[in-house]
Design a protein around this ligand. Sequence first.
Ligand SMILES: [Zn+2]
Length: 344
Amino acid sequence: MLYRQRKLDLPHGELDTPVLFPVRNVGKRSSDNTPKYVGTIPEFSAAMINARSIRNRDPMWNRLTNGVTLREEMDVPEETIIFADSGGFDFSEQEIDTTPKKTIKTQRKLDSDIHGTIDIPLSRENRAAENQRRIDRSIEFALEASDLHTGDALLFASVHGYDPETIRNNIQYLENHGDFDGYALGSMVPIRTDYKKVTKLVLAARNATEKHLHVYGLGGLVYQPLLLYLGVDSFDSSAFIRSAGNRNYLIPGFGGEELHNIEDLDRLPCPCPICGQRSLEDIREDRTALTQHNLWALATELRRFKYIAESDRDVENYLDLRFQGNEVTKRAYETAKQQVRRLT
Ligand SMILES: [Zn+2]
C-alpha cells in the first residue's frame, strides 16, 4: 500500500495530509454559493480556489486590491489554508489569457498557501501533436513560475500526460530544471470513467517523485479511497456542490443516491450534524443542507480510510468490501491493487 500521512508547513498553518480541498466557487459566479463549512468540519479548514476567476471579476478584484483580504471576501477565518490553482481548466475551451507572471502575482495578492502553475488541459479529441504542444507549454509555464516564485507559499507544478512514461519524464524534467514543492496532476477529469487509465497515470506520478502529489478534480466519493490507496497526498472536488444541485445525496461507503429514489424513507442513512436530526423531506427542500451533508459524506469517507489504516485492519480487505457493490469500480480497484503489489 502506498498510503501515506504527512504534514505541510504553510504560511497560514500546518496541514495534515492526506487532505481534500473543497472547491469554492468564489469569483466564478456573482456570489460564492458554497455554504459555510470551515469551522464546522474540522479537517476541511482548507479550500481550492480559481485565481483567474477572482482576478477577472472586477468588483471583487477591486475590493481585494483595496485592502480586503481573500479570506474576508470568502467569510472564513484568516487561518484558512488556500490552494489557488491557475484556472487552467477553463483553457480547455478558451484561449490562454494569462501568463506565469500575472498568475503568480494574483496568487500572491490572494495570499494563497499553495500556488498551482498554469496548466493547459489535454483534450480527448485533440490530436497527439496538439496535446504534445499543450504538455510542453505547461512545462514552460511551470519553469517560468519557478523562476518567479519567492516567499513561503508552496509551488506545485501542474503536470499532464496521456501515458505513464510522459508523466514520469515530465516530472523528472521539472525536478531537474525547476524548484517545486510538489506536483499536481491535471487532465484527469475528462478520462475519469476510465479508472484503469487514471490509476496508471496516478501511479506513474507517485513513483516519479517523493514530493507532495496532488490530483486535480478527482476528490469525489469513489475516487477518494482509490487515490488514498495510491499514495496521493491531496485532491480537490466540487462534487459536493454539483451533486446537491442534482438532488444527489452522497452516502459514505456507497456513492451518490438520487433522493427521489428513496423518498419514502423518513430518515436519511447518515448521522452527520445536518441529517441526524432532520427528516429526508426537510433535507430535500434545502439545497444548502444537502451541500453541507455531501461535504460531511466526503469527510466521513476520508475518516474511515484513516481509521482503517491506523487500526490494525487490512486496508485491502476494506477496499475489497468498499468496492464490491459496483463492477466497474471493483475492477478499477483490482487493477490498482495488482499495480501496487508489483511495486511494494
Ligand atoms: Zn448527513
